[in-house]
Each structure stands twice: as structure tokens, then as C-alpha cells.
Design a protein around this ligand. Structure first.
Ligand code: CDP
Length: 210
């Protein structure tokens, strides 16, 4: 079974993906990390984020093993990832790796922006996770504060709105729900309630509970 979770920043898709993967004992790929690591690699090399040729090279040079998640989760990396993610050659460079992960014989859970539309249009279960921008900014501010970052709620909300705009309006694989995705609005749901709703969707789409 392939479970594809897409949605905007801090909608809860990452947490849900991890919980679903644990529940069904499936491998999980957070595809945002690929874009974050591409941006990190460019920044470490002193390159501009809009240098398309260098960005493609950085994406092709990624080795999943080397990911230092801790350094990729910061606020500035989300922004930077969204800039390189708009480059079609970067998306093309990361396509095979994601598809190979998704088509493992045991199945997989992937979360991102284009999983149900581009990477795994064949996924049995597609969930488009949303929440209001204010709720998402709140969650992200708490998450960043826990990481020890100094947070300003207004700046986080501004980031989220800018990122929604960039991700939804780019020409290559824009953030959009697949026609056969089920919408899950987590604005008023805590993690356990969101997980229950997601499990109900999996049960309905794939006939699986555990
Ligand atoms: O956790 P959050 O949703 O803030 O970020 P993320 O999932 O790590 O994604 C960071 C950025 O990478 C997004 O704003 C997108 O621009 C890009 N991304 C993408 O284009 N396609 C994906 N499958 C995953 C992420």
C-alpha cells in the first residue's frame, strides 16, 4: 500500500505520515527534506539558490544517508527549500529517488507537495492535509521555539503565506490536491484526532485498519 500525503507548510502532514507509517509498519519518506538538503548544499557551497545548474547538481549529488535533519528543519531552510523546489530541473533530479522509495514491495508512506499528483499518481490512499494559515503558523512557531529558535509569530505567519503562494503558483508540480485525494482539515483537530481521521480514510480507500 502506498499512502501519499500532501499539503501546505505545517498542516500536520509530516506528523501524520510518521504516525501512519508506524501504525502500518511501512517505511516513510519526508520528501521536503530532499528540497531542504538541496538548498543546504547550495548555501554551504556559497551558491545562489536560483542558480539552476548548480541547484540541479546539488539535487543529483544528494545521498539520503548524509541528511542531518536537525540542521534542515530551521525556519530559513523551509524558505530556501521552497525556492529551489520551484526549479523544474531540481524536481526532475529528485524524481527517481522518490519513485524508487514509493514502489518498494512492502509499500510506503510519503509526504510532500506533489506525491499524489506527480510522484505516485497510482497511490491507493491520497490525503490532502490542510489547516488555516493562523493555526499552521501557531504550530510552526511552537515547533521552532522547541528547537531553540527565536520566534516571532507574525514573521512565521508571513513565511507561511509567502510559501503557500510560491508553492501553489509555480509552474512545475504546484501544490494542489489530486482529483482523487481526500481532504483532511486539521484546523480543529489535535494529533490523535487527525490520526483517527486519517486511519478512517485508509480504511475506506484500502480496506485496511492495521
Ligand atoms: O514542513 P514544511 O511543510 O514546512 O516543509 P517541507 O515539507 O519540508 O517542504 C519545504 C519546501 O519544499 C516546501 O515549501 C516546498 O516548496 C518544497 N517541497 C516540494 O516542492 N515538494 C515536495 N514534495 C516537498 C517539499
Amino acid at each position: 500500500m502506498i499512502i501519499a500525503l500532501d499539503g501546505p507548510a505545517a498542516s500536520g502532514k509530516g506528523t501524520l505520515a510518521r504516525r501512519l507509517a508506524a501504525h502500518f509498519d511501512l517505511p516513510h519518506l519526508d520528501t521536503g527534506l530532499l528540497y531542504r538538503a538541496t538548498a543546504r548544499s547550495l548555501m554551504d557551497a556559497g551558491e545562489r539558490l536560483d542558480n539552476e545548474r548548480r541547484a540541479e547538481e546539488a539535487a543529483r549529488g544528494l545521498a539520503l544517508m548524509d541528511f542531518d535533519e536537525e540542521h534542515l528543519r530551521g525556519r530559513e531552510m523551509g524558505e530556501a527549500a521552497s525556492v529551489v523546489a520551484a526549479i523544474p530541473a531540481v524536481r526532475a533530479a529528485l524524481f527517481d529517488m522518490q519513485q524508487a522509495f514509493a514502489t518498494r514491495p512492502e509499500g510506503a508512506v510519503l509526504d510532500g507537495r506533489d506525491i499524489g499528483t506527480v510522484i505516485c499518481p497510482q497511490a491507493q490512499v491520497k490525503i490532502f492535509v490542510t489547516a488555516s494559515p493562523e493555526t499552521r503558523a501557531n504550530r510552526r512557531a511552537i515547533e521552532l521555539a522547541k528547537r531553540g529558535e527565536k520566534v516571532d509569530y507574525a514573521a512565521v505567519l508571513d513565511d507561511i503565506r509567502k510559501r503557500d503562494e510560491r508553492d501553489s503558483h509555480r509552474s512545475s508540480a504546484p501544490l494542489v490536491a489530486a482529483a482523487d485525494a481526500v481532504l483532511l482539515d486539521t484546523t480543529h483537530l489535535d494529533i490523535e484526532a487527525a490520526l483517527k481521521a486519517a486511519l478512517d480514510i485508509v480504511a475506506e480507500k484500502a480496506g485496511l485498519r492495521a
